[in-house]
Design a protein around this ligand. Structure first.
Ligand code: HEM
Length: 645
């Protein structure tokens, strides 16, 4: 009886608290200064515009709102709560430049933590914890360090190319390509046509292999084997298609309801696997570093700090000591004890890198290949530029000492055999060469502009009150009283959406052809676009930050750019990608943007492209031996393609 009474009281109390919070939200909403901004009417009182927002990548929603309400407006969330959205470069610079005063809202951090990043990883922590972690992680992402990892990128790109070529050749020779041992069950081979390959799945495997080796010295071997338990565990946690569900929206405002989420046994098991392997990796790296240090001391280097160049040089000879996790652990060990990361924090970085460093790059490369398949002229021009790099490299270096050189059309190992040794100075030289290839650079900039893997991010005002400034040269906005304003009043708890993709594609900033894939635009980007406060290339693809106010920009952007360029070089040089013109590709966002075929939603995320061995034209053969790098490339006249999805 007493138990029943207690349960009833608890239920009544919970209901009262629930309604009290609900009333508070309604009151907050009625008094919000954001109510005075223009914006689209909410189709639903309960969930505002959230359902439309969920599918915005395919409907051009934000561009339509921007055209109708200007660059700064509000849309509605749960129970009509105003959320500020702006494509105004000055407003975005203010919010990103004061990142610690505009943290990620709790519900975003919770969903990132659940996705893979954990609650103590750099993607989810805020304030001083973030500053401390970022400082320790920074050396692992320096340009010179990432360059030392490039042999891994070359190996994996070449291994992928060989798998795809063996598939294309088997098909050309009349064999049933689906029987190729290394082919996952995702090809659709039609007689007479080049084989259709789901490039998304292959790129996901290759980039997982890269982050495994470069990130932690861990071999997933995903290109040749899909049985690795860590890869499986990660796949479960970072699960695929996301439907619009109302429960997480309500949980965002009533966090205690999250306790009632059903326990998913597969997920629990996957998290336990990630933790077990992560702890083993940390332990292994730490012991290796301690042994290295002991060996260095024994050689008379004991007075040097663990990060001194001499010791770095000594360690650099071992691939095992070069991965990001090793550098992070070394940097952690040499920090002041009070500033070090705990084991739990280091563990969270492993899953963060897996999530942030693999799906994003697979998505970028997939969309880039798609754009190139839809525009054969750009693809041909890129191939010609890349073959020019190869020719120029051959003419400048007569011998490549490694048993495997990425330059040569066919590597001497088969896709199923173990990867060759990674130590490869040639790989670093060639990386420097392709970094100077102007047309490759334009293609990468353009595809990262048009297909930013992360399309929107969310921030919350942490200041009691603030005025978000807008561009004085811009139009501002007209408030409900008819007055034009150039700043937006916000208060603690107000949500701000940063529409990365919409800014990257804004016609106001990029001109009327903003939605078209046109690498030549990078010869002279429009003046208005130069105001976008992006870390890279006047786009928001990698966001931006400010070391004083908080730097939440992508720490891995140099890693990403080099990996993307190397993969494009290796693949495009030898493989021609085409797409069935009747196929409609749409997007689905689950943290990163993935494609699916509109008529085949039951097949989930995929990007089916046709592949064949690229031929060498006479003019390309004639170019061999000539320097390729010309800072100005005259635009090729071509029919403007249709806007991209
Ligand atoms: C094309 C590839 C990539 C894109 C487009 C990308 C994009 C982004 C974006 C937009 C953010 C900010 C997220 C937010 O605050 O809401 C971010 C943060 C981050 N990225 Fe990347 N990323 C890429 C590759 C990588 C790689 C390769 C790594 C690591 C190996 C990485 C590691 C991180 C980390 C650790 C953060 C959190 C930084 C912080 O909060 O201080 N990313 N990335």
């Amino acid at each position: 009886m007493a138990l029943l009474l207690a349960a009833t009281l608890a239920a009544v109390l919970a209901t009262v608290l629930f309604f009290q919070h609900f009333l508070y939200l309604l009151f907050r909403q009625r008094t919000s200064p954001l109510r005075n901004l223009p914006g689209p009417p909410p189709p639903s009182f309960l969930i505002g515009n959230l359902e439309e927002m969920h599918d915005q990548e395919n409907t051009n929603l934000i561009a339509r709102w921007e055209a109708q309400y200007g660059s700064t407006f509000v849309y509605r969330g749960f129970v009509g709560a105003c959320r500020l959205m702006t494509t105004d470069p000055v407003a975005i610079a203010h919010i990103l430049g004061n990142a610690y005063d505009y943290p990620k809202p709790d519900f975003v951090r919770d969903s990132l933590a659940a996705m893979a990043a954990g609650h103590e990883g750099i993607l989810t922590v805020e304030g001083d914890d973030h500053k401390r972690q970022r400082k320790i992680l920074t050396p692992a992402f320096s340009a010179s360090h990432i360059k030392s990892l490039t042999p891994i990128f070359w190996d994996k790109a070449t291994q992928l190319r060989d798998i795809l070529l063996s598939h294309a050749d088997a098909h050309a020779n009349g064999a049933d390509a689906t029987t190729t041992p290394t082919t996952p069950n995702n090809s659709n081979t039609r007689q007479g046509n080049p084989p259709r390959i789901d490039v998304l799945v292959w790129l996901a495997r290759a980039t997982l292999d890269v982050i495994g080796l470069a990130g932690f010295g861990y071999s997933f071997n995903a290109l040749t084997d899909d049985t690795d338990e860590l890869a499986h565990a990660f796949g479960v946690i970072f699960s695929s298609a996301r439907k619009f569900r109302i429960v997480p929206i309500i949980q965002a405002w009533f966090p205690f309801l999250r306790r009632f989420n059903p326990i998913n046994a597969t997920m629990v098991e996957a998290k336990a696997t990630m933790r077990r392997i992560g702890l083993a990796l940390i332990d292994e790296k730490r012991r290796a570093i301690e042994e290295e240090e002991a060996a260095a001391r024994a050689r008379g280097l004991s007075e040097k700090s663990p990060c001194s160049p001499t010791l770095e040089e000594a360690m650099a000879s071992r691939t095992a000591g070069r991965d990001i996790l090793s550098v992070l652990i070394r940097s952690n060990m040499s920090s002041v004890p009070s500033q070090r990361m705990s084991v739990e924090e280091v563990l969270c970085q492993i899953s963060t890198f897996l999530a942030a460093g693999h799906e994003t790059i697979a998505s970028s490369l997939t969309w880039c290949l798609y754009a190139l398949a839809r525009d054969p002229q750009v693809q041909a021009r890129l191939r010609e530029a890349l073959r020019g790099v190869a020719a120029s490299s051959r003419s400048s270096s007569h011998s490549h000492s490694s048993p495997y050189s990425p330059l040569y059309p066919s590597s001497p190992y088969s896709p199923t055999s173990p990867a060759p040794p990674i130590a490869n100075d040639d790989a670093q030289d060639l990386t420097s060469l392709i970094s100077q290839c102007t047309y490759l650079d334009w293609v990468v900039r353009e595809s990262l502009r048009l297909y930013a893997p992360v399309t929107t991010t969310m921030r919350m005002c942490g200041r009691e009150r603030d005025e978000v400034p807008l561009s004085v040269a811009g139009e501002g906005y007209v408030d409900k009283s008819g007055e034009r304003r150039w700043s937006v009043p916000v208060r603690r708890g107000d949500l701000v959406a940063i529409p990365i993709q919409a800014v990257n594609r804004s016609e106001r900033l990029w001109g009327a052809d903003a939605g078209v894939f046109r690498p030549e635009r990078w010869a002279s980007p429009p003046q208005d676009a130069r105001a976008i406060p992006g870390l890279y290339s006047n786009t928001l693809t990698f966001l931006n930050g400010n070391p004083l106010g908080g730097n939440r920009s992508c720490i891995g952007y140099k890693f990403a750019l080099i990996e993307i360029k190397i993969f494009l070089y290796v693949l495009i040089k030898d493989i021609e990608f085409t797409i069935d013109p009747a196929m409609v590709i749409e997007k689905k966002v689950n943290v990163v943007t993935r494609p699916f075929v509109k008529s085949e939603p039951h097949l989930g995320n995929q990007m089916p492209l046709n592949i064949s061995r690229a031929s060498h034209s006479g003019s390309e053969r004639g170019r061999e031996g000539f320097a390729f790098s010309s800072p100005t490339i005259s635009p090729v006249p071509r029919v403007p393609p249709a806007p991209e999805p």
